[in-house]
Design a binder for this molecule. Sequence first.
Ligand SMILES: O=C(O)CCC(=O)C(=O)O
Length: 295
Amino acid sequence: MDLKQVADDFKENGLAVVKGFASAEECEAMRDEMRKICADLKADEIHCFETESGRNDYFTQSGDKIRFFFDTDAKASADDLVKTAFTSLNKVGHALHTHPGVFQDLVTAPKTKEVLRAINLKKVCVPQSMYIFKQAKFGSAVPPHQDSTFLHTSPTQTVVGLWLALEDATEDNGCLWFIPGSHKPYKDESKREKLDHAFMNRVPSSDGSVKTEYRLGTSKKYYESCDYTWVPAQVRKGDLVLIHDMVHHKSLPNHSNKSRNIYAWHLFESSEASWDSDNWLQYPEGKTFMEFETQ
Ligand SMILES: O=C(O)CCC(=O)C(=O)O
């Protein structure tokens, strides 16, 4: 792993790839584990996931649970969805990493800590993880967004996404796309005027606290007027993608006959910031996140 190059790419582009991070066996072990989880699915767990209207209780209260979100285009009866979950689901989240096993092993692995150290993370909390399927033929798009819109911390924004390809991810089967450098203006507090284009802004209020202001409604206008170029991040099975919390990214629908399974988790530098209580995912009172030092 050339982590110096990864750290430079992350700083410059807002997205970086650690090639060959996980072995084919590790990726298959995660897919097998997900097949087992799906085999235990009950009919009352049939809920659809729609990015734009994801704020229902089943979603917002899934932070400390393993919950199942089906692709809106999974065309089958409820019974069939239970039987064919592994090939019908949109995603499973958001506490996979809190259970001992392959997902937790990856999140806490020495090689993961090495990557985190390379991008200057010292002590991290892991509020969520998810398995995204991007099914063959009907896996739906993930609209353009910044993770900071949904995952934010105070007093500084310190969230990073880690996204592991469990299968090759290409333009054909719905790889990630991003706007290189689009994270930059937002990290520099001295350039507040540039925050016009951010969909999540940190606004200091008179009592000294910092509040979150959303500008979700402006996203369509922003992308229409945007001079930047969307670039595909095509990666191989086992490659790990680092996603800056302010970089604009998306993925397109999968019309191919190959699925694009991934496992992603989000963490934040907890020696500098705390999780905001107005994040989309809500946790029970007193809940503590998995936390560890990267050293
Ligand atoms: O996997 C995808 O298609 C999108 C994932 C994403 O946007 C994220 O993890 O922030």
